[in-house]
Each structure stands twice: as structure tokens, then as C-alpha cells.
Design a protein around this ligand. Structure first.
Ligand code: SF4
Length: 147
């Protein structure tokens, strides 16, 4: 049996509202990166957690604290979500830090099947980030009711 944890991108989950539905669907269906496990091996999803946010100067040490939410529960592998694979500029630093700190845990880059190229995914997600959004500023300045 393989005990699996998934690490997701907090920009994708908290800012863009991703519920990890594609990662979880392909985990259940053993597609994408989950297809690489031997068919006879049972897969258990031990936990899923998002990264602690872009780390600024703290670098991977910010992630190492957060990842205890998975590593304390005997995971055999940690999968970086597809969002992390396509979007995260810290991915390689994170991968290296986890491999050094938890050599017994396999780090896998990716989760669900890839339906578009990473370039196309970045282009689409980039548009979401750039869309004007209402915030508390609009409430404070009373601009919300004026439209
Ligand atoms: S550090 Fe990477 S995974 Fe975390 S929020 Fe930033 S881009 Fe996403």
C-alpha cells in the first residue's frame, strides 16, 4: 500500500478557489501521475494541504513547517499538485528541501492528467489573476454600491 499526501498551491486554492477536484478525481481513477503506481498496489490518500503561501525570504523553511501536516502521518510519497508543477517558481527549491529533510519520502511532481500544456495553463491562470476584483477597499470607499 502507498500512503500519499498532496501538496497544493495556496494561490490556486485560496485565491482562485480550486478545491483540488481534478487532483482528487484522478487519484480515485488512478490517472495522471497516479497511473505510475503498480496496479496491484492500493493507494491511500493520507492528507492534502496547501503550501503556506509564497515564501519571500523564508524560502523552503516556511514549507518545511507546514509539510508536517503530511510527514507526521507516515506518507510514502508527496505529490506536488499540477498547479504547483505549472505555476510555482519555488518548486525545485521545495523539491530539494523535502528530499533532503525527508529522504524516506518520495516527492512526485504532478497529480492529475494534463489536458493543456503548462504554457497554456499559465496563460489561462494568468488572466484570472489579472481580472479586476472587488475587495474590502471598495466597501471602505463605498464604491461597491455605486455600480
Ligand atoms: S510558493 Fe508556489 S505553491 Fe506556494 S502559493 Fe506560491 S506559487 Fe503557489
Amino acid at each position: 500500500m502507498a500512503r500519499i499526501g498532496i501538496l497544493t498551491c495556496s494561490n490556486a486554492t485560496q485565491d482562485l478557489g480550486c478545491s483540488s477536484v481534478s487532483c482528487l478525481a484522478d487519484f480515485r481513477k488512478r490517472r495522471g501521475a497516479f497511473a505510475d503506481y503498480p496496479q496491484e498496489e492500493k493507494l491511500t490518500l493520507t492528507g492534502i494541504i496547501n503550501c503556506p503561501g509564497c515564501p519571500t525570504l523564508a524560502g523552503p523553511s516556511k514549507l518545511l513547517g507546514r509539510i508536517r501536516a503530511l510527514t507526521e502521518f507516515r506518507v510514502d510519497a508527496i505529490h506536488f499538485s499540477y498547479c504547483m508543477k505549472a505555476l510555482c517558481p519555488f518548486r525545485e527549491q521545495y523539491r530539494k528541501a523535502l528530499a533532503e529533510t525527508f529522504p524516506e519520502i518520495r516527492v512526485v511532481i504532478g497529480t492529475h492528467e494534463e489536458h493543456v500544456t503548462p504554457e497554456e495553463f499559465r496563460r489561462r491562470v494568468g488572466k484570472l489573476f489579472c481580472r479586476p476584483k472587488k475587495t474590502m477597499v471598495d466597501i471602505i470607499l463605498d464604491k461597491d454600491e455605486q455600480e
